[in-house]
Design a protein around this ligand. Structure first.
Ligand code: ZN
Length: 155
């Protein structure tokens, strides 16, 4: 059963953020990571924030990248490249884009500004790591001290 879980998780395109994979990159040690273990994000004290970040990590969110995977009554599944951001309509609406890149929705920009201010206060070294939004998000969700802030921002 563990082998099946390990295989399913490692082959799922929906587990990219959870496993630290993004855009085809896979961390070299993923195969050796235990599938069943206590994850740091499950210790976020505020339930709603914990649930929001968990949903983001498990691809159980309402962003177009996941929402448009499935057919509904009036349309079929949408190819990934066409699952564009609802605000800028420029790129695929992924968690990294929505949380860290998109500049087309003022309330989102305001929330991101608050997040970045708090992040800089708590962990000043974080901003220097901003190379690529997906890579940065994948990194942010691994830093235990930042997880409550990530949970709040995801919420
Ligand atoms: Zn956008």
């Amino acid at each position: 059963m563990l082998a099946h879980l390990h295989s399913s998780l490692n082959s799922s395109p929906l587990a990219e953020l959870l496993l630290g994979r993004f855009h085809g990159f896979q961390a070299p040690c993923v195969a050796s990571r235990p599938v069943l273990r206590m994850r740091e994000y499950l210790s976020i004290p505020i339930r709603d924030h914990r649930v929001a970040l968990s949903k983001l990590l498990l691809a159980d969110h309402c962003l177009a990248e996941v929402r448009l995977r499935w057919a509904d009554r009036y349309r079929g599944p949408v190819p990934r490249a066409w699952r564009l951001c609802r605000f800028c309509e420029w790129t695929v609406e992924t968690p990294a884009h929505a949380l860290l890149e998109c500049a087309a929705h003022p309330p989102l920009l305001a929330a991101r500004s608050v997040f970045l201010t708090l992040l800089t206060e708590r962990a000043p070294f974080m901003r220097a790591r901003a190379v690529d939004a997906s890579a940065w998000l994948a990194y942010l969700v691994t830093v235990t001290d930042v997880l409550p802030l990530m949970g709040s921002f995801s919420y």
